[in-house]
Design a protein around this ligand. Structure first.
Ligand SMILES: *Cc1c(COP(=O)(O)O)cnc(C)c1O
Length: 401
């Protein structure tokens, strides 16, 4: 899966160009930087790679979600719909902007179920965040169609799907904007970092200014300090070293990360296919899969647990997301309990400490039935023959139970 597996000379070379100038910051220092603008160049190349008009780099994938929500005008009193199988960051960002996350079922794409989405839309819904989990697309065209009918913007959380596409179009480019993460475990990494893509120039300008304390980038894009501000902002600026690493990783994404993963995934899939009764995740476009994960279903939860027991005993355990505390709704105890550092109970309670939102652990029965049967292997960029043989042997043993 991760770009860190291939970190090497190309990344070092890009970093050295920044260190040679001594300008670690994306804005200002026009003379000292000798024409080196790594973050800006990374944005331009990333946008072009995704087929989007604009890209805005930020400090993380979580920041990317928050900056995008801010630019879309989402805030206190609003609802934002996302799915119950995602990383906690998706709904942390919704709370942090002051809005309330509403959770939607997933289907066998392991992403947002468009039918359930339609049921969860209310007059308060101000954004919809489908997540392209584990490198493969949500039913994004159907989701955008539902959203368009209700005139609600779609923000794609593409944190786990850099380089993936659906019918030739890159994920993240279907909605009003798409966000990416380059953290330690993502398909390409900058150490920490994030990106937002959009075709909407006004939205981009708002994002660009919001992540930079509100500095007016249209009036005075080069110099700083003398200009006014259109609105309050925050600091989510990416630094040049991250931009440098991003440039190297982006150049290697298709050839050095996704291509070997595809090969390794095919080999692992062949081994998994030997399990009696196994079926695979519904991947809408196999060609567009970035092949970071191999997800498969056993006929029922009992069987999934038994199979994984044997896989574990033979050194090739899969991830059983039904018990995962970071990615699956009923296991997010801090969400369900309304745990917060804020003394008044915000964001779960109002300023009078009255609880305003309660989450039912059994609120997503369709997702529960799907997650119960699901096992997942992460696909490495580097898969040795020995490791593949170990996985294959473990699967052969599991096939006999
Ligand atoms: C990793 C991730 C994020 C957050 O990214 P960070 O860069 O770690 O802040 C958001 N959404 C999903 C689905 C993720 O997997």
């Amino acid at each position: 899966m991760p770009g860190f597996e291939i970190f090497g000379e190309k990344e070092k070379k890009e970093i050295l160009e920044v260190l040679d100038t001594g300008v670690l910051f994306r804005y200002e220092f026009p003379e000292q930087r000798k024409g080196v603008y790594k973050v800006r160049t990374f944005e331009e190349k990333f946008a072009a790679y995704c087929g989007a008009k604009h890209a805005q780099a930020v400090t993380s994938g979580t920041a990317a979600l928050k900056v995008a929500l801010a630019a879309l005008g989402v805030g206190a009193g609003d609802e934002v719909i996302t799915q119950g199988f995602t990383f906690v960051a998706t709904w942390e960002a919704i709370f942090d902007i002051g809005a309330i996350p509403v959770f939607c079922e997933v289907d066998e794409t392991l992403n947002m179920d468009p039918d359930d989405l339609e049921k969860k839309i209310t007059a308060k819904t101000k954004a919809i965040i489908p997540v392209h989990m584990m490198g493969a697309p949500a039913r994004i065209e159907e989701i955008v169609a539902v959203a368009d009918r209700h005139n609600i913007p779609v923000l794609e959380d593409t944190a786990q799907a850099a380089g993936s596409s659906l019918n030739g179009k890159k994920l993240g480019a279907f909605g009003k904007c798409g966000t990416f993460s380059f953290d330690a475990v993502k398909t390409m990494t900058t150490g920490e970092g994030g990106m937002i893509i959009t075709d909407d120039e006004e939205l981009w300008r708002s994002m660009s200014e919001y992540q930079d304390h509100g500095h007016d980038h249209a009036v005075n894009p080069g110099g700083r300090g003398g200009e006014g501000r259109r609105f309050i902002g925050f600091n989510y600026r990416m630094m040049e070293l991250q931009g440098a690493i991003g440039l190297a990783q982006l150049a290697r994404l298709d050839s050095d990360i996704i291509a070997p993963q595809k090969k390794n995934k095919a080999a692992m899939k062949e081994a998994v296919a030997k399990l009696p009764g196994v079926t695979f995740r519904n991947i809408l476009d196999e060609n567009g899969d970035n092949a970071t994960f191999l997800a498969f279903f056993l006929p029922d939860g009992e069987k999934a647990k038994k199979v994984n027991q044997v896989l574990q005993e033979n050194g090739a355990g899969a991830v059983y997301f039904a018990v995962n505390t970071w990615h699956y709704y009923p296991k997010w105890e801090h969400l369900l309990n309304g745990s917060t550092l804020c003394a008044s109970g915000w964001p779960f309670a109002d300023s009078e400490s009255r609880r305003k939102v309660v989450y039912d652990p059994e609120g997503l029965p369709k997702s529960a039935a799907i997650m119960d049967r699901l096992l997942v292997y992460q696909v490495p960029v580097k898969l040795s023959d020995e490791r593949l043989a170990q996985i294959t042997t473990a699967l052969e043993k599991a096939a006999m139970i």
